[in-house]
Write a protein that binds this ligand. Structure first.
Ligand SMILES: [Ca+2]
Ligand SMILES: [Ca+2]
Length: 179
């Protein structure tokens, strides 16, 4: 390995330790479920990337267009997630104005293991309102997990030793280049 690569590797380890974030976000906004205009009784389904870090709370935010939850009868776009123990569980319905809505659902701890393997989500468009044919467009699904107990980020002794190893290798490389 070249000395520059060693130095970069050492720097990368330190950066990774310092950048331990309080929240992790996974956004899905592409694929067959997104961007189209879909009518009643259509089911849109997608998956989030696995989140392997530990966390203590999680939310799912769905951004959509043309959700007429305030209409009479209301458009009922039902959001469900897959729990490995319980199967599909209903979180609730999209809410907000047709011009653009952002609906946030809290995810229970029984879903944390499913988040770790990649949370599966689906929307059943306008269920239970057979009198009216509504449609909507799904724009984005945002999965956010947070760990409020994350301690202040201090590089561990092992990390510092590794960084020192990288710098030492750099010095050794320079000496060799000099001879
Ligand atoms: Ca589960
Ligand atoms: Ca609509």
């Amino acid at each position: 390995m070249k000395t520059t690569q060693l130095l970069l590797a050492a720097a990368g380890i330190v950066t990774a330790a310092a950048a331990h974030a309080d929240t992790i976000t996974d956004i899905v906004n592409s694929g067959p479920a997104f961007g189209g205009y879909y009518y009643s009784d259509t089911t849109l389904e997608w998956s989030h990337a696995p989140i392997l870090d530990s966390f203590q709370s999680a939310t799912l935010t769905i951004d959509a267009l043309d959700v007429e939850f305030d209409a009479v009868p209301p458009e009922q776009d039902r959001v469900s997630v897959f729990d490995d123990d319980l199967g599909w569980i209903v979180l609730g319905y999209l809410n907000g104005p047709p011009s653009g809505s952002s609906t946030v659902f809290d995810l229970s701890s029984s879903l944390f293991d499913d988040i770790a393997t990649g949370l599966m989500v689906k929307i059943d468009i306008n269920v239970g309102t057979t009198a009216v044919d509504y449609a909507m467009t799904l724009n984005r699904s945002t999965l956010t997990v947070s760990n409020p107990d994350t301690p202040p980020s201090i590089p561990e002794p092992g990390t510092l030793a590794l960084a020192g190893l990288g710098l030492g290798a750099l010095a050794l490389g320079r000496r060799r280049q000099g001879t």
